[in-house]
Design a protein around this ligand. Structure first.
Ligand code: 9Z3
Length: 306
């Protein structure tokens, strides 16, 4: 006989209401300085689409992860706690000024068998380690890796349904490059596809429109920013507008592949704001003004919601 006491859907509607009213009236979570914590989930890097269950081959979406990693640093600077959902092996926060293989290039053994940072990297290493440690120790950076489209969307759903209840203080900044097509697990070959039988015919299914679920079901009060990437500037803004309306995003950041480090356009229902990198210094990036603009819009969203 099925137990009515065990875990599962709450049957008792009075209890459901009591729980809801407890959370509705609870003071917002605060950080150590007594400020209510705003949380942003930054997604970064491209998802893979495996072609075999024991995966030897996969389709990949391009993204170096620079946008997500740099934006994470600016959000932390602006007082946010960041959940950094990133593709394994892509750029990491605080590592932007280090060489590609920092472990091998930045360190050396001393005569007494200690490890020290080598010049000219020691200042950059010190800053990266220090800033990263402070962010983690203050509870402002949680890093979660994904590889496949399956992992990415399951983790995004898990994050959204857990932090969604915190309401308008939560932001989603979806910079990851997410596949539109995939091979459903059940119809995927288990073993490596053999090349002996000629050309490969494969039908890819469309990935369901998860942005709509995020916005409407998983975290309905959160502030949601998605990104639109195109290689043809003629269709970019029109496509960004379509995404804004179709998924009910609060803003869509439109970018073109070749100029994405110099300029983006933030598309909202009432304006299109061009955001450019400040060229005065080569170390400036476009994520700095972009995050500032979105933080302002997020503050307005929080004020409107209360
Ligand atoms: C972006 O458009 C990002 O800005 C980039 C950043 C991936 C271009 P990098 O990582 O580049 O700094 O090298 N991300 C979203 C790309 C995407 O797949 N968007 C989908 C689409 O355009 C909607 S979710 O259809």
């Amino acid at each position: 006989m099925a137990s009515t006491n065990g875990p599962g859907a709450l049957q008792d509607s009075a209890l459901k209401e009591e729980i809801q009213s407890f959370f509705d009236s609870a003071p917002p979570l605060r950080n150590k300085n007594g400020r209510a914590t705003s949380i942003v989930c930054v997604t970064s890097g491209g998802t893979t689409v495996p072609l075999e269950q024991r995966c030897v081959r996969y389709i990949d979406n391009f993204s170096s992860g620079h946008r997500g990693a740099a934006s994470t640093e600016y959000f932390i600077k602006a007082g946010y706690a960041v959940i950094f959902l990133y593709r394994r092996g892509t750029c990491q926060p605080y590592c932007g000024s280090l060489p590609d293989d920092p472990f091998l290039e930045c360190f050396e053994f001393t005569d007494d068998a200690h490890i020290r940072a080598r010049e000219p990297h020691s200042e950059a290493v010190k800053r990266a380690i220090g800033d990263h440690r402070v962010a983690v120790e203050k509870g402002l950076l949680l890093k979660l890796p994904f590889t496949t489209i399956f992992e990415y969307l399951q983790m995004l759903q898990m994050i959204a349904t857990s932090v969604g209840s915190l309401g308008p203080r939560v932001m989603f900044y979806l910079a990851a490059a997410v596949s539109d097509f995939y091979v459903p697990w059940k119809s995927m070959a288990e073993h490596k596809i053999q090349s002996g039988s000629g050309p490969l015919d494969m039908r890819l299914a469309q990935v369901p429109k998860m942005l709509a679920a995020l916005r409407k079901e998983w975290a309905p009060s959160a502030f949601c920013i998605s990104f639109k990437l195109e290689t043809d500037t003629e269709i970019l803004l029109e496509k960004a507008d379509m995404a804004l309306k179709m998924y009910g995003m609060h803003a869509v950041v439109a970018n073109e592949l070749l100029t994405r480090k110099e300029e983006v356009v933030v598309v909202t229902s009432d304006e299109k704001v061009r955001v450019n990198r400040d060229k005065a210094d080569p170390s400036n990036d476009v994520e700095d003004p972009l995050v500032k603009l979105l933080v302002d819009k997020h503050r307005a969203h929080i004020a409107d919601s209360s």
